[in-house]
Design a binder for this molecule. Structure first.
Ligand SMILES: Cc1ncc(COP(=O)(O)O)c(C=O)c1O
Length: 390
């Protein structure tokens, strides 16, 4: 049987480091308790695991206070809280881009008519890059929020979130960044980038399991962010009003402590390896993929060619194949697991000119993909493209 190589790390990373599976097994068999819901040892231990996860996330993104990290169930969950918790008054203007994922586009559109909010979508060039000066030019007197995806989940284009953060800071605008494809892939510094809110999944680059994620909220900014749900927090049980302190203000209901136990170890793995060395390795993978797929008739690789301007997410198309057919050939003949279609980012495909073709076929890298795997994937694409040209 052909070996199967997982190239869908932009959806969720796989495999996870062994320590992630071990921590979840240990939690499920030996701890089991819900954090903050008891004073016995296991419940305290569960709380300590969640606290440690917050501290590790804070370290990774340079947040000054671990309690500014709210645990969520995925990145969509954090983005929804950021967008719907911040935009609660009618009117105003929001700036976002055409590279956003539906987890930004859809909540914004849900609010648009309901609250009469105006949205400007900054265009991207055909490689998926947005010019921060276009963001500055789009600012109006009633602009309330800039919302920017750090890296495209379609073609890997990396936006200059620091430049956009400087604009937001200079003009006193709230700033939300979607780090779904960059957390755990490259260094993030919420303070240097002037970020008010940073949403990210725990189950992609941070190597935790599905059902985990987080939203960073700059200390002090919580006064401008309403919770979307109220409920039990295990704290201040004597009052029937939601606590106003972090992170309980936004963390109602039992945590996914089993998942967070895995995420905690994913974070440890990343911190031990060092985020710079993980980024260096991903750059190496990108370089090998680009080198081995360059100048092949009938094969198009989308996104920036400059490694500094991208992450390891590649959209490709081969003449004569629709994206789903290509993904099927890659799986059946080569054991390569990719994702075809529009990748929940319709405007990004319009920017790249691939919307009307039904999208692209996406390869996305992770730390357990080897250089050899990349060469094999590139060779598979070259073979398919060449067979078509003959
Ligand atoms: C750019 C981007 N934003 C948001 C999301 C949503 O993340 P999640 O699947 O954790 O909800 C994704 C998922 O692929 C993404 O790529």
């Amino acid at each position: 049987m052909t070996r199967r190589i997982y190239f869908d790390n932009a959806a969720t990373s796989f495999p996870k480091p062994a320590c992630v599976y071990e921590a979840m097994d240990h939690y499920a068999r030996e701890i089991g308790a819900s954090a903050g819901r008891g004073a016995y040892r296991e419940a305290m231990e569960s709380g300590e695991i969640i606290g440690q996860t917050r501290r590790r996330i804070a370290q990774l993104i340079n947040a000054s206070d671990p309690d500014s990290v709210i645990m969520t169930f995925n990145c969509t969950d954090g983005l929804a809280l950021a967008i719907k918790g911040f935009l609660t008054e009618p009117g105003g203007h929001v700036i976002t881009t055409r590279m956003e994922h539906n987890s930004v586009l859809r909540p914004l559109n849900a609010l648009k008519d309901f609250l009469d909010i105006e949205i400007t979508y900054i265009p991207a060039d055909t490689s998926g890059l947005v010019d921060p000066d276009d963001i500055r030019r789009a600012v109006k007197s009633n602009t309330r929020l800039i919302c920017l995806v750090h890296a495209s989940n379609v073609c890997g284009a990396l936006q200059d979130i620091k430049a956009a953060g400087e604009i937001a800071q200079e003009l006193g605008l709230a700033y939300l960044v979607d780090a779904a494809q960059t957390a755990g892939h490259l260094p993030l510094d919420v303070q240097a980038m002037h970020v008010d809110m940073l949403a990210f999944p725990g189950h992609k680059g941070l190597l935790g399991p599905l059902g985990t994620g987080a939203l960073y909220v700059r200390p002090g900014f919580e006064s401008r962010l309403k919770p979307l749900k109220e409920g039990g927090t295990g704290s201040r049980s004597e009052v029937p009003i939601q606590p106003d302190f972090m992170p309980d203000r936004y963390e109602s209901g039992s945590h996914n402590a089993l998942g967070i136990a895995g995420l905690n170890e994913g974070l440890r793995y990343i911190l031990d390896k060092g985020i710079d060395s993980l980024r260096d390795y991903e750059e190496e993978l990108c370089a090998v993929f680009l080198e081995n797929t360059a100048d092949i008739p009938g094969l198009v690789v989308y996104g920036p060619c400059d490694i500094d301007k991208r992450v390891g997410v590649f959209s490709v198309s081969v003449e004569g194949f629709d994206p789903a057919e290509l993904a099927a050939v890659l799986e059946e003949q080569f054991g390569l697991l990719t994702r075809p279609g529009l990748h929940c980012a319709p405007f990004a495909h319009q920017a790249m000119g691939t919307f009307d073709k039904g999208g692209t076929t996406r390869f996305s890298m992770g730390p357990f993909i080897s250089i050899q795997d990349i060469r094999y994937a590139a060779e598979a694409l070259v073979q398919i493209a060449c067979a078509q040209v003959k």
